[in-house]
Design a protein around this ligand. Structure first.
Ligand code: ADP
Length: 451
């Protein structure tokens, strides 16, 4: 087992890994930028080391500085967390070349799944249904026109190397195709350093349902059920839950089995998530994330399995300690992503926390790096807390979310807590009957009504 893990990340996810390390008797090392000197992950880790100035490019994305830090502190493994370098195959290679264990899949799997086109082609071989789309990057307007002619509009142009819901272009009619391709290529190049784009059929009313997997180095793999992340804004998840309000046990185990066939066939190791859109009873694979997900706690609450602990165990070479039939699902879990942002305009709202009181009570979990007097820096992601609750039923979980949100005090900055409160009171949310575009449509409609 590892003796010391360096965590190449910050904020709540770094804290999550520190907590797992401490429970496993592993020393943890926090890295940080100069803007994060007072961050809770730095305070709670056993050791910390500064890797650069505030800009992510020069600190949390600075591969040589991070690997040097691991050498200086004598770590034996590096956990990349989520975001930043967690899906960067070059980083995984560099980590391994310097004889540290990368807590994640092989760099080959990271690069295969990091390109959405190769990812779709790879899983298709195992019978996984994918969103209809071009099977190679689109290189000319004629190719794009030909695809759209057969599929019909609307279509979605996506960056092959895209992520974080960025850089997608919806096109509703042929007249706008050429211009949208140009914009998509430029954005892809600027954001992801790779101008390859491809086209998919745009699904009008799908849900987002994803399957969590866990695999060891010896060909053993299990799935841990699904998470429903259909409440989204700008292709980013806002509220996630497990189980999905629309899947029954058979649909869950059928899809889970199919996914596990692919995991085993690919020889994948570690934790990972297969993301699907689900419309009219059909699943369509969109991408695989080869890392822990922000929303992993909901799976932990309904399965009782500590995903970070298991991830560390398999990375250290241990065999999976359970088989599929040992995994039992119980109750309902919901996660609200609490962002430092204006609840109406969604503009980021960094600044000093003047009062902080997190909710508690039965079955309420807060994963957050906030504390009274902490200053949320303006340089990074706006996620400041994950409120996660467990209930026997979905109704009970929603009531518990509502109760916990009422207790939650975060003063000095704006957050989207009021938005989550409005969601709890919304009959559509209670019905479970919505799709990935619903939240934006509802927000637009209520904004219109106010004007
Ligand atoms: P990213 O890697 O940027 O997160 P994804 O491919 O995972 O991109 O897609 C993010 C979100 O965008 C999905 O959850 C869904 O809301 C939307 N989306 C992706 N592909 C489609 C599609 N073909 N039709 C409709 N919406 C889509």
């Amino acid at each position: 087992m590892f003796k010391k893990i360096l965590i190449a990340n910050r904020a709540e996810i770094a804290l999550r890994v520190i907590r797992a390390c401490r429970e496993m008797g592993i020393r943890s090392v926090a890295i940080h930028s100069t803007a994060d000197n007072n961050s809770m992950h730095v305070r709670l880790a056993d050791e910390s080391i500064c890797v650069g100035p505030p800009s992510s490019r020069e600190s949390y994305l600075n591969m040589p500085a991070i690997v040097s830090a691991a050498t200086i502190v004598g770590a034996d493994a590096i956990h990349p967390g989520v975001g930043f370098l967690s899906e960067n195959a070059e980083f995984a290679h560099m980590v391994e070349d310097h004889h540290f264990v990368f807590i994640g899949p092989s760099p080959e799997h990271t690069s295969m799944m990091g390109d959405k086109i190769t990812a779709k082609n790879a899983v298709k071989r195992f019978g996984i249904p994918v969103v209809p789309g071009t099977e190679a990057p689109v290189t000319s307007d004629e190719e794009a026109q030909a695809f759209c002619h057969t599929t019909g509009f609307p279509i979605l142009i996506k960056a092959a190397g895209g992520g974080g819901g960025k850089g997608m272009q919806i096109v509703h009619d042929p007249a706008h195709l050429k211009e949208a391709l140009l914009v998509a290529r430029n954005e892809a190049k600027a954001n992801f350093g790779n101008d390859q784009v491809f086209i998919e059929k745009f699904l009008v009313n799908p849900r987002h349902i994803e399957i969590q997997v866990l695999a060891d180095n010896y060909g053993n793999a299990v799935h841990l059920g699904e998470r429903d992340c259909s409440v989204q804004r700008r292709h980013q998840k806002v509220w996630e839950e497990a189980p999905s309000p629309v899947l029954d046990d058979k649909a869950r185990s059928d899809l889970g089995e199919l996914v596990i066939k692919a995991v085993k066939g690919l020889g994948y190791r570690g934790v990972g998530t297969f993301e699907f859109l689900y419309e009219n009873g059909q699943f369509y694979f969109i991408e695989m994330n080869t890392r822990l997900q922000v929303e992993h706690p909901v799976t932990e609450l309904v399965t009782g399995i500590d995903l970070v602990r298991e991830q560390i165990l398999v990375a250290s070479g241990e065999k999976l300690r359970f088989t599929q039939k040992d995994i039992k699902f119980k109750g309902h879990a919901i996660e609200c992503r609490i962002n430092a942002e204006d609840p109406e305009t969604f503009f980021p709202s960094p600044g000093k926390i003047t009062a902080y009181h997190p909710p508690g009570g039965p079955n309420v979990r807060i994963d957050s790096h906030l504390y009274n007097g902490y200053t949320v820096p303006p340089h990074y992601d706006s996620l400041v807390s994950k409120l996660v609750v467990f209930g026997d039923t979905r109704d009970q979980a929603i009531q518990r979310v509502n109760r916990a949100l009422k207790e939650y005090v975060i003063s000095g900055i704006s957050t989207n807590i009021p938005l989550h409160q409005r969601l709890c009171a919304n009959p559509v949310m209670a019905s479970g009957d919505y799709h990935i575009h619903w939240l934006e449509q509802w927000l637009a409609q209520t904004a219109d009504e106010q004007n």
